[in-house]
Structure formats: structure tokens, C-alpha cells
Ligand binder design. Structure first.
Ligand code: ARG
Length: 470
């Protein structure tokens, strides 16, 4: 109790903005205000941004070349200290920007104070986070590509493996497993194009917007843009410090990706069940039960499915932080970072887990093939045959096929088990050739329309997809 009371009175006036304050922040204020526990992740971006800024200031004659060199050497030393774990992060210094600057002052003395000329933490943090998200987008693109590669390898093995295709979770028509897996390759391809779009759109440099209005110093924003790999400086200083679209876009692309991963995860869970029995995950990606020795649980898939909630939640949380925020910077925006970091960690883990599951997955072709013919799945093939061979209008063919399905159902057999006499009792024109289209292999082989499921299409699509995506 007493301790808590004491805690609310921390001492120490900030060296950064202490000029107008008589006392340091209370411990509660410090606790709610400090972001160093999480924004230290931005150290490399912060230092890169500061080096670019210092170089530009010297080029423009705003600080001396000597000061710039001293500042840069000091920043390099700080980077090493952080990376070798000897840097002491201080909560009293609030965030990564002030921790780095305070240490710089310890190392190089007064010249450190010149670094913040013509800049504010507002444009600094926007720049740091943007640089971080830009790297995260590149990492994400690569991680998604790795999953596409694993899916393509399985699709190649199973270009002609027949499985039931479902609508309404009811057996619909036979498809190939290769085709089914390629559907995910396409989904992931769109995810990557969202990632790439977001990266291109966000690549404008906030640095130099200063606190919000720009600066009276003769800075050169093109120089810092170039040094940091931005395409151009952002055009409006108010927008530059208050924009977090780039973080929302990153998480929005991640949220849609997560939905895709969750759908694949759900299929893995279903397919691993005894009821389906289509898939056996490798031992690396299966877990046992503490009580039921027979179990092989697909925990990793279940967790990928679950983690979608985190990603969507993180996107939600930042959108809610940003909605209704008046221009320009508000401290609310400090809460942008944790959701972004959580999304990055979650997606990286989910993708690597999914890639591992796919690489080691063993599919049960016989089981899938057996199921593919259930539920009168070739009824459409029968109707198509009536149209193509007997020139019947499709609606009539649908009707005749319906009658044959009913007959088969009444007899408790599959369509292919009806006799020719049975068939002809419904439609006299039917010949023995009908039986060719009733098998599931013939069914999938006939689906040669562009984008269809035939093994030939799948083989072409795999080549195509490798060229487009890998
Ligand atoms: N830690 C702050 C953030 O993440 C840096 C910017 C602070 N700006 C300010 N005007 N207090 O948003």
C-alpha cells in the first residue's frame, strides 16, 4: 500500500521537455505514457531515420559536417549496444526516440542536441513505423510465397487425385485435389498483391513534416526520402504525421490472409478426422492426447484457425483508435504499435506452421476417390451427356437425370449401378456409352473448360502459377 502511494510520486524532470515543468511525472503517468517496452522494436528504423536526417541537415548547412559525423558515429554505437544487449532502456525516457537521443547525448555530448533540428517525434515516429511496416510487408510477401510453393508441390503430386467437391458442404461434383489446392494458391496470390499494393502506396516519407506544419529550416525532404528508400516525401505535413493508413492496410491485408489461412486450417481439421480420413499430418505437426492413446490431433491447424481472431482483432483495435481522431497527431496513436507487432508475429507463425503442415501432408487418395462418387456426384455429367449426345435441352436433361437419381436412390445404388434397361425406361435414347461419363475419373477428365478441374488443366495451372508467383 505505502509502496503504491510512493510510486505515484516519481521524481526527475525530463531533460527533453522539462523546461516548463517543476516536477517529474507520477508513476501512473509514466506507466500510461511510456511506450519503450514495445517501441524498442523500432530501434533500427529510428537510428536509420536519424542518420538520414543528420546527413541531410549537414548537406543543407543546417548543422556542421563534423557534428553530423559525430552524431552518426554515436548512433552506430547505440545500434551496436542495443544489438549486443548492453543498452539500458529507461521507462523514464518514455519511448525509443528519447532513449536513443538521451544515450547519444551521453556518448557525444552537446552535438546530440542538434539532431532534433527541423524534426519532431511526430514525423519521427510516423517514419519509424512506416519503415518497420514496409519491412514487415516484404517479409509477409516471402512467407506467403513459401506457402504457395508448398501447396504447388502437393498440387503437382495430386493433379489427378479425385476427391469430392462440395457446395453447402454436400457432395457436389468430383474435383481433383490439385485443383482444390490451387484455389488456395490463387487466394494467396491475391493476398500478396494486396501486400504489394499497400507497400507501393505507403512508400512516401513523413520525415520533415516536423510536429505538424513543416519547418522553417531549409531541409531537403528528397534527400531523406532517397536515403530511406522512399519514393517521395509525403505531400502534406498534417497528413504525414497523422496518417496510419499504412498500418491499417497492412493489418487489413493480413486479416484477409488470416481468413484464407483459417479456411484452409478448417479443411485440414475436417480432413484429418476419422469421418473424412483424407489427410494425415506428419508427426511434427500432430499432437497426442494425454488420455486417448489413439489420437493424432491437428492442433497446429486449430491454432492457425484461432489466431485469425487476433489478427482481425488487431485491425479492429487500430481502426477504433483512429476513428474520430481530429487532425493531427494525438497520443492515441502511440497505441498503433502493439497491434501491428502482434499481427506480424501471428502471421509469421501461422504461415510457417501452415507451410510445414502442407509440406508433410499425406493424402489418402483411395478414400477421397471412394467418396468422390457418393451422393450422385456425376449427375451433372449424365445431364450433360443427354444434352451433348441426344441434343436434349438442358432443362429436359435435368429432369430426366432427376428421375434417374430418384430411381438409384430408391434402389439404394449409385447412378453407375443402374442397368441400361433402368436408364432406357426413363429415356429411350440412352445407350451404353452413358456409363463412360458416370465414373468420377471421366467426370474430372471432361472438365477442360478454362479454370476447370481436369488433370490436364491442373498441370497447366501449376506451371502457370509457378511462373506468376514463384
Ligand atoms: N511515443 C510516441 C508515439 O509512439 C512518439 C511521438 C510522441 N509525440 C508527442 N507529441 N508526444 O506516438
Amino acid at each position: 500500500m505505502t509502496d503504491k502511494k510512493q510510486d505515484t510520486k516519481a521524481t526527475g524532470v525530463s531533460a527533453m521537455w522539462g523546461g516548463r515543468f517543476n516536477a517529474g511525472p507520477s508513476a501512473v503517468m509514466e506507466a500510461i505514457n511510456a511506450s519503450i517496452s514495445f517501441d524498442k522494436k523500432l530501434y533500427a528504423q529510428d537510428i536509420a531515420g536519424s542518420k538520414a536526417h543528420a546527413t541531410m541537415l549537414a548537406t543543407q548547412g543546417i548543422i556542421t559536417k563534423d557534428d553530423a559525423l559525430t552524431i552518426i558515429a554515436g548512433l552506430d554505437q547505440i545500434k551496436t549496444e542495443i544489438e549486443t544487449d548492453v543498452f539500458e532502456f529507461k521507462v523514464s525516457l518514455e519511448d525509443i526516440h528519447m532513449n536513443v537521443e538521451a544515450r547519444l547525448r551521453e556518448i557525444i555530448g552537446d552535438a546530440a542536441g542538434r539532431l532534433h533540428t527541423g524534426r519532431s517525434r511526430n514525423d519521427q515516429v510516423a517514419t519509424d513505423l512506416k519503415l518497420w511496416v514496409r519491412d514487415a510487408l516484404d517479409t509477409l510477401d516471402g512467407d506467403i510465397a513459401a506457402l504457395q510453393a508448398a501447396l504447388l508441390d502437393q498440387a503437382e503430386i495430386h493433379a489427378a487425385s479425385v476427391m469430392p467437391g462440395f457446395t453447402h458442404m454436400q457432395t457436389a461434383q468430383p474435383v481433383t485435389l490439385g485443383h482444390h489446392l490451387l484455389a488456395y494458391v490463387e487466394m494467396l496470390g491475391r493476398d500478396r498483391s494486396r501486400v504489394q499494393d499497400a507497400r507501393a502506396r505507403m512508400n512516401e516519407n513523413p520525415l520533415g513534416a516536423a510536429a505538424l506544419a513543416g519547418t522553417s529550416f531549409p531541409i531537403d525532404r528528397d534527400l531523406t526520402s532517397k536515403a530511406l528508400g522512399f519514393d517521395r516525401p509525403s505531400a502534406n505535413s498534417l497528413d504525414a504525421v497523422s496518417d496510419r493508413d499504412f498500418a491499417m492496410e497492412y493489418m487489413a491485408a493480413g486479416a484477409i490472409l488470416s481468413v484464407h489461412l483459417s479456411r484452409l486450417a478448417e479443411e485440414i481439421v475436417l480432413w484429418c478426422s476419422d469421418q473424412f480420413g483424407y489427410l494425415r499430418l506428419s508427426d511434427e505437426f500432430s499432437t497426442g492426447s494425454s488420455i486417448m492413446p489413439q489420437k493424432r490431433n491437428p492442433d497446429a491447424a486449430e491454432l492457425v484457425r484461432a489466431k485469425t481472431g487476433r489478427v482481425i482483432g488487431a485491425l479492429n483495435s487500430l481502426m477504433i483508435v483512429m476513428k474520430g481522431l481530429p487532425m493531427t497527431y494525438g497520443k492515441d496513436m502511440q497505441d498503433d504499435k502493439e497491434p501491428v507487432f502482434e499481427v506480424a508475429d501471428t502471421l509469421a507463425l501461422s504461415l510457417v506452421a501452415m507451410t510445414g503442415m502442407m509440406q508433410g501432408a499425406v493424402f489418402n487418395k483411395e478414400r477421397m476417390h471412394g467418396d468422390a462418387g457418393k451422393g450422385f456426384s456425376t449427375a451433372t455429367d449424365l445431364a450433360d451427356w443427354l444434352v451433348q449426345t441426344l441434343a436434349m435441352p438442358f432443362r429436359d436433361a435435368h429432369h430426366v437425370t432427376g428421375a434417374l437419381v430418384k430411381m438409384a436412390e430408391d434402389k439404394g445404388v449409385g447412378l453407375e449401378n443402374l442397368t441400361l434397361d433402368d436408364m432406357q425406361s426413363v429415356e429411350a435414347g440412352i445407350t451404353h456409352a452413358i456409363f463412360d461419363v458416370l465414373g468420377v475419373d471421366n467426370s474430372v477428365a471432361s472438365r477442360t473448360s478454362y479454370g476447370g478441374t481436369s488433370p490436364i488443366n491442373v498441370a497447366n495451372s501449376i506451371n502457370n502459377a509457378r511462373a506468376r508467383f514463384l
